[in-house]
Write a protein that binds this ligand. Sequence first.
Ligand code: ARG
Length: 457
Amino acid sequence: MTKLWGGRFQKSAEAWVDEFGASIGFDQELVLEDLEGSVAHVTMLGATGILPAADVEAILDGLAQLKDKAIAGGLEFTVANEDIHLNLEKMLIDLIGPVGGKLHTGRSRNDQVATDMHLFLKKRVQEAIDLIVAFQHTLVEKAQEHIETIAPGYTHLQRAQPISFAHHLMAYFWMLERDKQRFTESIKRIDILPLGAGAMAGTTFPIDRLQSAELLGFSQVYANSMDAVSDRDFIVEFLSNSSLLMAHLSRFAEEIIIWSTDEFKFIELDDAFSTGSSIMPQKKNPDMAELIRGKTGRVYGNLMGLLTVLKGTPLTYNKDMQEDKEGMFDTVHTILGSLKIFEGMVRTMTVNTERLHQAVHADFSNATELADYLATKGMPFREAHEVTGKLVFTCIQKGIYLLDLPLDEMQKESALIEKDIYDVLAPEAAVRRRHSLGGTGFEQVQIQIEQAQACLA
Ligand code: ARG
């Protein structure tokens, strides 16, 4: 088969060499964006008088037919035509005749492919933002149900201080809020059009780049044609933002997995988001959470992959850049899928409030309350810490918790301790009293939820 660029060549590459160089196996995912870019380009070629109206009409008609076929899944791509751009151009020429060959006037695959990537990512980042918002709504709803559900809070995965379960859930809301901001902020760097940069130096045709930008919905064009075809920063940035998003989802996934164990039993996942074991009939595994935790690895890998591809590529386009695609597509699918699953998993999970209640009543996570109590009564905090530590040790030896320790035993360590200490030590009180801004006190959590709702409004 003759190549669209075959004029200068005396012989063809062998099929297996073509296969190695081809990107059609994966860049066919850009089919609609490539057609969209071509429609704008040829429209501009007509408006500027570079192509006669009749040619433009024929080409637009051909492109529309190809689009219909693409949507119906009826396009058959071939490795012999290397990539999505040449496949479509060849199809266009086969469909409407040699006039189809005028489409590529004043354009190169270099500005074409970069345009496709910008178009593709702009839409997908918006989808990611929408899914983040949906997940945030679910978190707020779940949190509202559990403002007064007391749960153990951890540091070092050791019981630390009692918290409102809503406070724990809302921590993820704010991580997602930053992810959403990062993705939103990144759109302005995706929203720059490379089309019209040509191969890298611009073109002698009197093109109108601003018109192309308007037709394609871009608010800016690249100021430098060399930068336009070389820039993959916007993809790196997407992969970086996605990596951080996945880090957050992965931490949450890890907690879901821990909370689902028999040892914790803080939550139960819905059957619809769990799987069984082929051998152990009793198993209910948090596979979806594990998979999201696992998929975080490939997203980090995609980021490192592209950074490494770009490093050391001289200006401007190099075939290395074809390697920007699979990692980007893979990341798009991974984050969209993970966000969708996570939202459903959290929306349908059951929070075991009884078990959480039981948990905070069988630990020393109220020890800080005792130390704070003594400090409020004038004892230096360091000393109060020591006294409390001793009382905790006494309890451990007796196999009881602070609330079970008789008053006289406590008073042996400090005469400042009075009967009201039992109210102070109640985990519920420990949470309620944490009034500091952004703390876990019920009122503060309520305020925080209102702030969150304002972010979503
Ligand atoms: N398939 C190529 C890519 O994805 C398209 C651009 C090819 N340009 C070129 N000069 N070979 O990067």
